[in-house]
Design a protein. Sequence first.
Lengths: 572, 115
Amino acid sequence: MVSGGSDSNSHLFLPQSLTTSFQSCLPHNIFLNVWGDGINCWQALSQSDGRWRYSSNNPESSTFAAGIALEALSGVVSLASSEIDQFMIGAVKNDIVKLFDSIEKYDDGTFYFDEKLVNMREQQGPLATTSSVVRGLTAFSSVITESLNLPGDKILGIAKFFLGIGIPGDTKNFFDQVDLLACLENNRVSIPLILSLPSTVISLTKKDSLKVKVNTVLGSHAPPLTVTLVRAFSSSARDNSIIENQELKFDPQDAVYFLDDLPASFDVGEYIFVFKMLVQDSEQQTVYATGTLTQVPIYVTGLIKIENAKIAVLDSDLGSVETQKKLDLAGESTVSVSANHLQKLRLSFQMSTPLGNAFKPHQAFLRLRHETKVEHTFVVGSSGKKFEITLDFLGLVEKFFYLSGRYDIQLTVGDAVMENSLLREIGYVELDLPEPPENASRPPPQPVDPYTRYGPKAEITHIFRAPEKRPPEELSLAFLVLTILPLFGFIIGLLRLGVNLKNFPTSAVPATFAVIFHLGIAAVLLLYVLFWLKLDLFTTLKTLCFLGVFLMVVGHRTLSHLASASAKLKSA
Amino acid sequence: MARSTGKDAQALFHSLRSAYAATPTTLKIIDLYVGFAVFTALIQVVYMAIVGSFPFNSFLSGVLSCVGTAVLAVCLRIQVNKDNKEFKDLPPERAFADFVLCNLVLHLVIMNFLG
């Protein structure tokens, strides 16, 4: 026994599996005060409305706890089968019936249990609560000999609730869902039977037949039933039922109930079919919960006849037809018309159902699209079988933003029950509209093709400025010669003045220094020429540093020698 | 009147010439150098007048090299001239060394600006 809490008499949680294993390994005469503990718990913790408290300290009562308690009690009953007090069993059964008074429901016939606790830290949601109650319920009903009198439609409603939630995202919820369905699959209260249709669309062209399947919640076979189509009526005319009390035949190979031929008066459209099922064996009727009536929406589809389609250009004032062309909406051909702003464009066609009745589709649109991708959409109006739209361009000039040119015409006719819905380019109209006035609104900017905006752009060729006019080469060369001439004039003048190199030092060391001095100056000048021709400033400056320092040293030597020589001459 | 001015001009010219002949040779060399530099500059200006100043930096560097070296030569002449009381104590070799150095710097700048 697992007990959680201070007072071991007040908490009793007995998992079902533990009790069965206890039962199998214990001899019958070993005295366990299981029954006594069970009665004590029931007296201490069960409430008058069928719910149970979690502990004697906690005043809140919970439906989830009731489910766990029922499961535990079923374990108690199965362990202490010799000491069962029938009065207590009856009292527990009454509690269960009272518990079902707190069941909640939705309008579509689904039922569930929910909790509204204030003090609990974790709220158990409706899935966990209902699953716990059903688990306890089915466990308890499997160990007692009498049956629980619970309304079958509530059990069926619980089954429909759990089948209608799809696959829960939470693993705990998924477990609760599958566990509950497994409990209901084969239980002693009542087994719910679910009616479903493999397809709710019947095609008149393919001559489909109506098929219905009846299974248990997990898909096992149902006992033999009589399935009747009580009523079938169009969703737009609910009072007028087309079929009444038609019994469906059973196909044992596919395990489906089917209705072979729909009566000839079935036209395309939306219908509601109402089914009723009854277990054939009257003794088994209490075992299964079949519910009363099940409503299913059915679509009957077919080919809609579109005929007499034509497009015409009319003169505005007189209404006379200028050009009229037939349209082949089923084929691929296109037409072309032209109009100006004084005329009207009229498109008309007729639609009828396979039985020849008038048909109003969900969508009947005419769309005009300009070359610049500006679009205008219009709804095609109808009266009975005739569909017609007239575009008066005189009034539409401003709506069209005064854009003349070629407009592609696109026609859309569609409906859920129409097997040949169409969306077709039927051609184009050359529209001639007047010039826009100054204050006309501009058409809205169309979305730009991203490749034109972000794609490669046109190549830019740089236009260099025209080079300056250079003088003719001969002129330049002539002036070059002219510029050199003064140098020769200088030299000739020097000679005429009688320059001499008398002061040039004759002795060896000073002479070499003097020569090196002159060579140094020549080297620097040569460096400048190289600098102009190809060197950059940095290398020039670097070399100049070395040469300069060298030149300074040599020059100092030479010139000081000369100075001392001339000073000696002066003093002498 | 014109004749007297003409004769006066001629007399002036002659006296100048004779006075100039008395200058020492070194100074005459420097004068000749200055003349050569200025003449080269003039030829460059005439060329620019003919063909336009398109590479203006080249024109400037050419003219300024001539003018700069002429200016430096004039400075040298002043410093070397023995009649100049201010620079009595300056040895002419020192002046010449300055001349060479300044010319080298000038020509470096000129070469850079030549383009």
